[in-house]
Design a protein around this ligand. Structure first.
Ligand code: HEC
Ligand code: HEC
Length: 394
């Protein structure tokens, strides 16, 4: 089993022909996908054989997936992989998507708040991109609806990548290597911005994590979880803790906006979340429910890196409804935010269960070199790579 998995991984994303030194795009779909008759890569998961109850608010063990994006070609996905790591896409040529969404940190950056071209922290923390293909609401405040729409934010924000459409197009079109690769992926004589956006969306849609030990358990392998992890799962889906009402399997997010009343830290003012983009006062400090898959890798947690560890994060939920809401704020807390009075042991079990949601078996290759010749961007000096794993003695 192990060797066949690593074999699949090794065949994903062979972008370079090492012998010739020439750049080539992979002709193989990523391992989470199968090629269809027309040469497009389509998602392939056991969950597709279960009925989808998406939008019905239930997420039992054998619930199907919400809608997703796929249908790109292997070459488009692989070109997107190179672009994702390439700092050529930023004004100072030092920041890439992967600088804040580093595969080694669950496609996050280990910081409370991300840092872009200005070198200063921006407003929020970088979420994981695993399974982003299933998200119909993007960003912490849920204000964007497609990957293409979302990426205009970081690309052209002066505090993230700081580039402009003109600068970006000029750089891509004047690169011989990129011109050849865009041509291979999209069949046009020179790169266009639309093709750039499609390639980045294609790559992000290929980041699938549905093979954790939890998934094995859900598919019927009873021994895949330990007794304590099963206890954690039972707390998670109990009507006392209510976690699964919002973090609904199999994606562990019902994608709705919920108001929790998470405390800001470092003296930061309240982040008003979805209210800022919808104008709806009932969504003040409301955030889109994040997925919890691979969250063991993405400390610190919540929209502003508000908690350092998973243990602190789950303990927040048992602190009492509204316990951290600043004085003078009247937040419309979600009705599933209550006071479950979980014991220390139950909180430990929840964390053990969350750790069983880790699966990076389809981690894409991090390129050694890029068409631009620049070094691939990685998250630098994470301030708060907190240890979220706990040691539980029995
Ligand atoms: C400077 C750091 C930084 C860079 C560079 C960056 N991001 Fe992000 N990304 C973030 C932060 C922070 C958020 C959350 C912002 C928010 O919700 O207000 C985010 C959110 C996202 C989301 C939404 C995920 C979700 O679950 O809703 C996607 C998708 C994404 N980024 C993709 C990209 C892509 C593609 C690039 C490159 C074009 C990129 N990011 C570059 C920091 C960054
Ligand atoms: C009412 C819906 C709701 C319920 C119930 C709920 N959550 Fe959450 N959860 C959210 C939202 C919304 C966020 C993001 C909040 C923020 O950033 O301020 C979140 C964030 C988290 C995070 C941090 C994820 C990350 O990547 O930063 C963890 C871990 C988490 N929840 C676990 C749990 C557990 C365990 C329970 C049950 C005890 C639970 N949640 C119950 C809505 C909910």
């Amino acid at each position: 089993m192990r060797s066949s998995i690593s074999c699949v991984i090794a065949s994903f994303g062979l972008a370079f022909s090492a012998l010739s030194g020439a750049l080539e795009l992979s002709a193989h779909c990523p391992p989470a996908m199968r090629v269809d008759d027309s040469g497009h890569c389509k998602l392939h998961s056991r969950y597709q054989s279960y009925a989808s109850l998406y939008d019905k608010g239930v997420g039992g063990l054998k619930t199907g997936l919400p809608p997703w994006r796929d249908g790109f070609t292997a070459q488009q996905i692989d070109l997107g992989r190179l672009l994702f790591f390439d700092p050529l896409l930023s004004s100072n040529q030092k920041v890439s998507c992967s600088s804040c969404h580093d595969p080694a940190l669950g496609f996050s950056d280990g910081r409370r708040k991300s840092v872009g071209v200005t070198g200063k922290p921006i407003a929020r923390s970088a979420p994981s991109l695993w399974n982003v293909t299933f998200m119909r609401r993007l960003l912490w405040d849920g204000s964007k609806h497609t990957l293409e729409e979302q990426m205009l934010g970081p690309l052209y924000s002066p505090v993230e990548m700081g580039t402009t459409p003109e600068m970006l197009l000029r750089r891509l079109q004047s690169s011989e290597a990129y011109t050849a690769l865009f041509n291979e992926a999209f069949g046009r004589p020179s790169p266009t911005l639309e093709d750039l956006y499609s390639a980045l969306a294609a790559f992000q849609s290929s980041l699938i994590s549905l093979n954790s030990r939890y998934d094995l358990y859900a598919h019927g392998v009873a021994g895949a979880l330990s007794a304590r992890e099963i206890d954690g799962l039972n707390v998670f889906r109990s009507f006392v803790a209510r976690c699964a009402e919002c973090h609904t399997p199999p994606t562990f997010s019902n994608q709705q906006i919920a108001v929790l009343g998470v405390p800001e830290r470092d003296g930061d003012p309240l982040d008003i979340g979805a209210q800022a983009t919808t104008g709806d006062a009932s969504q003040r400090a409301g955030f889109r429910v994040p997925s919890l898959r691979n969250s063991a890798l993405t400390a610190p947690y919540m929209h502003g890196g508000n908690f350092d560890t998973l243990r602190e994060t789950v303990a927040f939920y048992t602190g009492g409804r509204g316990h951290a809401v600043p004085e003078g704020e009247d937040l419309k807390l979600h009705w599933h935010i209550w006071t479950p009075e979980l014991t220390d042991r139950e909180l430990d079990d929840l964390v053990l269960f969350l750790n069983a949601l880790t699966d990076q078996s389809f981690l894409p290759d991090i390129p050694d070199e890029l068409p631009s010749g620049l070094p691939p961007g990685r998250a630098i000096a994470p301030q708060a790579r907190a240890q979220s794993r706990i040691v539980v003695g029995d």
